[in-house]
Design a protein around this ligand. Sequence first.
Ligand code: NAD
Length: 502
Amino acid sequence: MDLSDIQKTAGLRTPIRNQLFIDGKFVDALSGETLATLNPHDNSVITHVAMAGKADIDLAVAAAQRAFPKWSRLPAAERGRLLLKLADLIEANAEELARLESLDTGHPLKDSRFLDVPRTAGCYRYFGGMADKFQGETIPVEAGFLNYTLREPVGVVGQVVPWNFPLMFTSWKMAPALAAGNCIVMKPAEITPLSSLKIAELMAEAGIPPGVVNLVPGLGSVAGQYIAEHPGIAKVAFTGSTATGKRIVQASAGNLKKVQLELGGKGPNIVFEDANLQAAINGSAWAIFHNQGQACIAGSRLVLHEKIADAFLDKFVPLAQSIRLGNPMDDATEMGPLTSLQHRDRVLSYVEVARQQGGEILTGGKAPGGALSGGCYVEPTIVRAKSFKDRVAQEEVFGPFVTVLTFKDDAEAMQIANGTDYGLGSGLWTSNVHRAHSFARDIYAGMVWINCYKRVNPGSPFGGVGQSGYGREMGFDAMREYTQVKSVWVNIDAQIPPHYKR
Ligand code: NAD
């Protein structure tokens, strides 16, 4: 099929963008190189996307540097107005964006329509509103002096995002950076660049000036690495694996970049004996199976009190088995394919890892056959592990794969919860208020959900501790991350300094 047929089949009205976006224009890579982006439903080629090399990134950085003085001095309310306009355009193009995201990533269309796209628009709208409300402080210092702080943009920021939520994650990074007055060189993941290129098109339509945002799809080891190293980039914000995060920290040392890292997780989702069981069952299925489990905050360790474990699993296993797998473009689909074949095989390799350590596969553990056998699908998989130290209870699988562990008392639940190197999302289900808040206090994590799981909102800080990274996206914290503080002293009484009096 050629590209226009693929567009028609996917129900897209407008052309799929497949070039770099530099200085307000869509351009080929200087090398002419491209990379195929595949449809994870059947591994067919959607299009070939220009692949940025170092020379393209140099051009993108130069464009961002040229745009910075004007953009950063634009009245904050004007930057906000442009972001609000972008949010409106995203809503006006909601169906187009949802279809493109589902085609490229495998997200069920239902999720792209009701989660990814509205959350993306909501994020630009939130930070559009924030632009002229984020301010410095006046500090009560000694008499005769005024001291105030300015919150200044960092400069040109490099942003590198993964493939699991491309549309949403680009908004989490770009919206606060732009609201604060920074210019951007962003690299989407090599396998899912399409929705962010569409956003670049909408940014131009909204009136965001050329050079303010530049998109450079390309390989992580080349384009991503060069963004982390580039002396013209003042900050790098990264979402992805812990291993890559560490490489970015090393690469950024040359010019002492500000670094922000959102890395992996192994979220504990604890169900106590006093929980509302039905709510916990449904919430735990959402925690792990939404987006095929490809979420850093997935509740991938299901930690059950031993008294309720059997009753819980008696309902949870059939619920997992009933999830409708299928083509993401079908309205009825509840779970689509994983985003690449390579990743599907990695997820499936953990079934053998579980077995080798005595784990019991309660359901799933394989790719479905029939019509879905040509795609990147994995059946919802539930594994009961022997110990919280087993590999399937420690390592991030990043698929529809949940590891069940049991505990006998609160102390053991906490030991399991805090028993990994990660500290990102966590959840607990209980009707005991005291227990809920003491766990929230003691758990080593950036986010805690009580009687719910995986809630996010542009106003609520998002990020981790330990091997899950540092820095926060969303809310006022994100604005702090994308600004630096300048302290200004004024001698308001025009005093002559008392030193060295002669
Ligand atoms: P990844 O680290 O392989 O890739 C992420 C991005 O980094 C991609 O754009 C990739 O091209 C780029 N990259 C790869 N090597 C690079 C290098 N040397 N220098 C610079 N950039 C490089 O991760 P992935 O497999 O694409 O994504 C899955 C991971 O992301 C999981 O570990 C998941 O937990 C994590 N994640 C974290 C969060 C969070 O907010 N904490 C959110 C989503 C995903």
